[in-house]
Design a protein around this ligand. Structure first.
Ligand SMILES: Cc1ncc(COP(=O)(O)O)c(C=O)c1O
Length: 299
């Protein structure tokens, strides 16, 4: 069930350098970003008042825009400050932040050379409330009809709004059949990722994950790879064929929103969330916690 519509929440939103009431953060219908998908965004979480990997997210936001051939007219430092300011203004500690940049309305056509670039940052409460036990039940995924596009067809390194069109179609189709999400194959028919999160499998004590060469190399994916290696767990990035899922024991998704979410089912394939999924949930949830100043002083 949908809750309060997002345009009706209360609080403040940072828009083009100003902090304005939530209800006033609007764009015109003739906005290039709306018509032609010229928009890039980020999704990041704050834990205990600190935004996890803020600098990396902002760097990716800037890089995503450059791929779409526009430059965000605020520096990474200004954006980082604005994100932090949004937490304070909205009195949030455990939250989700959504920076989004888009082309405005000066020109309305494929070419948008004169369009101004806009940036908004919204933040809302989003506690990370699942206990590891609850998470370990795992979620069910269908197999998506659409595939991640060939890198020669779409700019996959950009977290561009347009690339999410096939994700929403795929997620809706999966939800209509009672699943939580869908697993997308890549353009060559190999395992790629879920609609908004990367995927990992466990086999014989090692982690296997697809090479991120046509989909987002998530910051959470990289964090989990580093955490696993720090524990001495082998992480193998390789091509994974869908039939191989038959032989995997565990499966989990990773993403700033999804965190580490075990999977019990992908189409005809079954997994039993187990020890390695549990370890990765625990390690990730520890890693995202703000570093306590008193511990720094003591060490
Ligand atoms: C399509 C897609 N893949 C992967 C991810 C995971 O990326 P990250 O871990 O940086 O949030 C996301 C989340 O933004 C996503 O939307």
């Amino acid at each position: 069930m949908a809750g309060i519509p997002f345009d009706q929440l209360e609080g403040s939103i940072w828009l083009d350098g100003k902090i304005i009431p939530w209800s006033e953060a609007k764009v015109h219908v003739l906005t290039h970003g709306l018509h032609y998908g010229s928009s890039v965004f980020e999704g990041q979480r704050a834990y205990g008042g600190e935004i996890f990997k803020l600098e990396e997210h902002t760097k990716r936001l800037h890089a995503s825009a450059e791929v779409l051939n526009f430059t965000i007219p605020w520096s990474e430092e200004q954006i980082n400050d604005a994100c932090k300011q949004m937490l304070v203004e909205n009195k949030l500690t455990d939250a989700y932040l959504r920076p989004v940049a888009w082309r405005g309305s000066e020109m309305m056509g494929i070419s948008a050379q004169s369009n101004t670039i806009h940036l908004a940052i919204a933040a809302w409460e989003w506690p990370s409330y699942f206990s590891p036990e609850e998470r370990l039940k795992g979620i069910r995924l269908d197999l998506a009809e659409y595939r991640r596009p060939d890198p020669a067809t779409a700019p996959f390194k950009s977290k561009a709004a347009g690339l999410y069109m096939i994700c929403t179609i795929s997620k809706h189709a999966a939800e209509a059949k009672g699943y939580s999400d869908a697993l997308m194959l890549d353009w060559q028919g190999r395992v790629a990722e879920a609609t908004g999160a990367n995927v990992f499998f466990v086999k014989d004590g090692a982690l296997h994950t697809p090479i991120a060469d046509c989909f987002l190399d998530g910051l959470t994916r990289r964090t989990v790879i580093a955490l696993a290696r720090a524990r001495g767990i082998d992480v193998i990035e390789r091509r994974i064929l869908p039939e191989e899922m038959e032989s995997f024991e565990e499966c989990f998704l990773t993403g700033s929103a999804a965190e580490v979410t075990p999977v019990s089912e992908i189409g005809p394939y079954r997994f039993t969330p187990g020890e390695i999924s549990k370890l990765m949930i625990e390690d990730y949830m520890t890693a995202v916690q703000p570093v306590k100043q008193e511990l720094l002083v003591a060490s």
